[in-house]
Design a protein around this ligand. Structure first.
Ligand SMILES: [Zn+2]
Length: 276
C-alpha cells in the first residue's frame, strides 16, 4: 500500500485506477507568527503530523493515500496582522474547488487536515464539507475531531484550562517538541502567561454575541459550544496579544506525545471507522 503525491501522477493513471479504497488528503493551514519560539509554518507542520497519524491508521487497513498539494492559506490569521490571511468566502471557494477537482478525478473520500483553529477558518471548512456531501464525497475534517474532543475531553491539562491556550501555547509547543523538536527555539519561551483583563464593555459585547455564535458552534458539532463565551473572549484577547496566547512555558515532549496518542484514537473512531 502506498502514499502518492497527486502532483506526480497523470490523469490517465488516475482514470484507470480503482479509487474505492483511496483517500485524497488536503492540508490547509496558514503561514503565521507563533511567538519567537515556534516555526512560522507551525500550523502546516501540525497539519502534516495529523496527516501522518491518519496515514499510520489507514495504510494497515488497505487504503491508498493521495496527497493533494498543500494549501498554505487561512483565515483568522491573528486578525490579519501577524500572517497572511484571506477572507472566509475565498477560503471556502478554494476548498470547494479543490473538492470539485478531486471529485472529477474520481475520489469519493477526502480528509482535510488543518492546524489552524480560528472560528471562521472552521466555518469555511464546514461549509466545504456540506458541499462535498451534496456531490457524494465523504469529507472529514481533522479540525472537528481535534477541537471536538481530540485534545482532552475535559479541557484540563497540567491544571490549566485549555480553552485559554489558543495560540502557540502548551498544546502547539508540546506537539512540536514531540514531533519536530529541532525547529523549536526553546530559549525564547521565557514569558509566563499573564491575564489580559478585558474591559467591562468587552465583556458585555461578548455576552451579547453568545446567543448568535452558540447555535453556530453547536451546529458545527464543537464540544465547546456550551462555553462559547470563554472561546469568544479568548479569541478577542488574542487580538490584544497576538504573537501567542496560552502557556508555552508548560509545554514538554511527554505532553505532546499524550495529546497525539489521544488524537490518534479519536481519528480511529471519528474518521477511519466511519469510512464507507
Ligand atoms: Zn497555530
Amino acid at each position: 500500500m502506498e502514499v502518492i503525491e497527486l502532483l506526480n501522477v497523470t490523469f490517465g493513471d488516475i482514470k484507470r485506477s480503482d479509487l474505492t479504497k483511496s483517500i485524497a488528503m488536503v492540508v490547509i493551514s496558514p503561514f503565521e507568527i507563533h511567538g519567537e519560539f515556534l516555526p512560522l509554518g507551525q500550523d502546516v507542520l501540525w497539519a502534516r503530523v495529523q496527516q501522518e497519524l491518519l496515514t499510520e491508521l489507514l495504510l494497515p487497513v488497505g487504503y491508498k493515500i493521495y496527497k493533494y498539494p498543500e494549501i498554505v492559506l487561512g483565515t483568522n490569521v491573528l486578525h490579519g496582522n501577524y500572517g497572511f490571511e484571506i477572507g472566509v468566502l475565498s477560503l471556502r471557494k478554494i476548498l470547494i474547488n479543490t473538492i470539485k477537482t478531486l471529485h472529477f478525478l474520481g475520489f469519493r473520500k477526502v480528509i482535510i487536515c488543518n492546524g489552524q483553529g480560528g472560528p471562521l477558518h472552521s466555518v469555511a471548512i464546514y461549509s466545504a464539507q456540506q458541499y462535498a456531501q451534496k456531490i457524494g464525497v465523504q469529507c472529514f475534517s481533522t479540525l472537528q475531531v481535534s477541537i471536538k474532543r481530540g485534545l482532552q475531553d475535559n479541557w484540563k491539562l497540567k491544571g490549566i484550562d485549555l480553552r485559554q491556550d489558543l495560540h502557540a501555547g502548551l498544546i502547539e509547543v508540546s506537539i512540536a517538541l514531540a514531533r519536530y523538536p529541532e525547529l523549536v527555539n526553546s530559549a525564547y519561551i521565557k514569558y509566563k502567561f499573564s491575564e489580559i483583563n478585558p474591559s467591562l464593555l468587552t465583556k458585555i459585547l461578548v455576552m451579547l454575541a453568545v446567543p448568535i455564535i452558540q447555535p453556530i458552534f453547536q451546529r458545527l458539532g464543537f464540544g465547546f459550544a456550551k462555553e462559547s463565551w470563554i472561546v469568544l473572549l479568548n479569541w478577542y484577547l488574542e487580538g490584544q496579544r497576538p504573537d501567542y496566547i496560552g502557556y508555552p512555558d508548560l509545554a514538554d515532549k511527554q505532553t505532546g506525545e499524550l495529546l497525539l496518542q489521544n488524537l490518534k484514537s479519536c481519528f480511529q473512531e471519528d474518521i477511519v471507522a466511519k469510512l464507507v
